[in-house]
Design a protein around this ligand. Structure first.
Ligand code: SF4
Ligand code: SF4
Length: 168
């Protein structure tokens, strides 16, 4: 296993430097067996997560806007002592292309010293981020490249995968 990299500035820099390589790696991954790749990704992901503490990072909450459901908007408006309409006006935007609603403030308004102040009430989207534990990794490589420079889990997973699959 490669040593884990958690320096966010370095990761962002390497994302720019490695962009072309990452797109080549994406094409390389398309030639892999889907199920076998999922097994390898799962194992690496577990190892990486055991070495990364999200409560000391919070970088996704600085750079990304999570989608929220209507039920979540209702819950957060209660937490914030606002009506759902007022909450929407202040904190939610609508994505026309995929018809989703998302929290619009960056960094996220619920981020408090690198931790989510909503704890277990956080949106499902946040609980599932960075989506490395789902099956069919092969179909999420584009979004992985987009997150490579933001999330240390994705960065280290991609780099470890390159090594284990002997990608040149
Ligand atoms: S709701 Fe919490 S976990 Fe989600 S982006 Fe905001 S601070 Fe991060
Ligand atoms: S999911 Fe990734 S970016 Fe978000 S806090 Fe954890 S390591 Fe950091």
């Amino acid at each position: 296993m490669k040593p884990i990299e958690i320096n966010l500035e370095k990761i962002a820099r390497l994302a720019e430097l490695n962009e072309e390589e990452n797109y080549k790696f994406r094409i390389f991954l398309k030639g892999q067996d889907t199920d076998k790749l999922d097994v390898i990704v799962y194992k690496i992901d577990q190892e990486i997560r055991s070495q990364i503490d999200c409560d000391k990072c919070g970088n996704c909450c600085v750079h990304l806007n999570p989608t929220v459901t209507d039920e979540e908007i209702e819950k957060f408006s209660e937490i914030d002592h606002l009506s759902p309409l007022d909450f929407m006006a202040k904190y939610v935007d609508f994505n026309d292309s995929d018809q989703t609603k998302y929290l619009k403030n960056l960094p996220c308004k619920y981020l408090n010293d690198k931790k989510c102040s909503l704890y277990s009430d956080k949106p499902e989207e946040c609980k599932n981020y960075p989506h490395t534990q789902k099956e069919q990794f092969i179909h999420r490589t584009f979004i992985m490249i987009e997150n490579y420079g933001i999330c240390p889990i994705v960065f280290n997973l991609f780099e470890q995968l390159k090594m284990e699959l002997n990608f040149k």
